[in-house]
Design a protein around this ligand. Structure first.
Ligand SMILES: *Cc1c(COP(=O)(O)O)cnc(C)c1O
Length: 409
């Protein structure tokens, strides 16, 4: 920790904006396709401007009590309705992101189990499931049973069948998982849930807002949403391939009884009845308004247009990477994100060179991770050229770590 203190006198907006402008020069240049995670760049200037306008319009509105802000109430209700229609759900709610959606899915599952007399419920997932499940289980005192992925990177239904016991409450499948971009066999896993009277959550945080269009463009997509019998809840982040700014996700359910377990009501304080439908109290109105605006601005046509750009860039990147001697793509990804690695080339050293050339790839244990946004179709050739050069000519790795996320305490 440094010794930064609140300044005694405030500084002018001009001075601060100049300082921030300087600081930002060192930040990732995602607008020009230099980043492959954390930002989903729609490369659509009109959408960008709309989101800026709407974001500042709703900057100060508090969605804690939606009945005070009728516009937000309408927007939130409509976002949920549109998501319900898109995934064939029964009902749902908005949250601040994938982690909160997953927390709520784990919380409702835990309380569903406790209502059936299971005090310490178990969640069964595969090791490729997002860390938000481990975090939710840790916070919420649910036991996580973590299975190995199969030889194709996907969850193995037989392992779920073997793992199911008296305390098992919820089975998790990813559509797709983040590390490898492969879709788990949702039908088989949900089928087991149905057979054993369990819940089944599909984590489509990443894939939810792109898979429907990917499928419509004729790509092979195994069934993964509420069309699959046995799926009871599904999370899908609008702040990823929905192309709004951060803070917007949906958590959907097939049936209302689970959603109701999310609702919290409290009147044992002098401040009046307190009611909320997710774990947050005060909520910024901006993400709700942003999500509503992005979805309505793009519409199905916009999503299809952006998805075909993602598909085009993904196809070119995949074949270009495979064509580089020594490189291979890990497993056979179903969507627009994947890991690539090598048995002969030190990928950490390659990544160092790519870092120096201004690219920002994520390092995983087994290789480098790419997640493709529409704007990447502009940089494919440059990227592949730099990558081939880095593979052909690199030094010793200076030891970048496999990290995703960080801590500020
Ligand atoms: C991003 C992601 C999450 C978590 O979402 P956050 O918005 O980062 O909290 C969960 N699952 C998958 C597959 C993801 O890609």
């Amino acid at each position: 920790m440094g010794d930064m203190r609140i300044p005694r006198t405030g500084r002018s907006a001009d001075e601060l904006l100049t300082e921030i402008g300087e600081l930002r020069k060192g930040d990732i240049d995602w607008r020009h396709g230099r980043a492959f995670s954390l930002v989903y760049n729609a490369d659509d200037p009109e959408l960008d401007e709309l989101l800026h306008t709407v974001g500042s319009m709703f900057l100060h509105e508090n969605a804690l009590n939606p009945f005070r802000y009728r516009t937000l109430l309408k927007m939130e209700t409509e976002v949920i309705e549109m998501a319900v229609g898109l995934f064939g759900a029964g009902c749902g709610s908005m949250s601040s992101g994938g982690t909160e959606s997953i927390f709520l899915a784990v919380q409702t599952a835990r309380d569903h189990a406790r209502a059936r007399g299971i005090e310490r419920p178990q969640l069964v997932c595969t090791d490729t499931a997002h860390p938000a499940f481990a975090k939710a289980c840790h916070y919420l005192d649910v036991e996580m049973v973590r299975l190995d992925h199969g030889p194709d990177g996907r969850a193995v239904p037989e392992r779920y069948a073997e793992a199911i016991g008296d305390r098992t409450t919820i089975l998790v499948a990813s559509s797709p998982c983040y590390p490898f971009g492969v879709i788990d066999p949702v039908s088989d896993i949900a089928g087991l849930a149905l057979e054993h009277d369990l819940l089944c959550h599909v984590d489509a945080c990443l894939g939810g807002w792109i898979l429907p269009w990917w499928e419509r463009l004729g790509q092979p997509v195994p069934p993964w949403d509420f069309r699959v019998p046995g799926v009871t809840s599904l999370s899908a982040d609008i702040h990823k391939y929905g192309y709004t700014f951060k803070g917007a996700s949906v958590l959907l359910y097939r049936a209302r009884d689970l959603l109701q377990r999310q609702v919290f009501m409290y009147d044992s304080w002098p401040g009046g009845l307190y009611a909320s439908s997710s774990s947050a109290g005060t909520r910024s109105g901006a993400p709700i308004a942003g999500a509503w605006s992005a979805i309505n601005h793009l519409g199905e046509e916009g999503y299809l247009r952006l998805t075909s750009r993602v598909l085009d860039a993904t196809t070119r990147l995949r074949s270009g990477i495979t064509a580089i001697d020594g490189l291979r793509i890990t497993f056979d990804p179903d969507l627009s994100l994947f890991e690539f690695g090598s048995d002969t080339v030190d990928m950490n050293a390659v990544c160092d060179v790519m870092d120096n050339r201004g690219w920002n790839l994520d390092r995983q244990q087994g290789g480098l991770h790419l997640m493709v946004s529409p704007g990447h179709d502009r940089i494919v050739d440059k990227f592949l050229g730099d990558l081939a050069a880095a593979v052909a000519d690199h030094g010793e790795a200076f030891g970048g770590d496999h990290v995703y996320g960080g801590i500020v305490i």
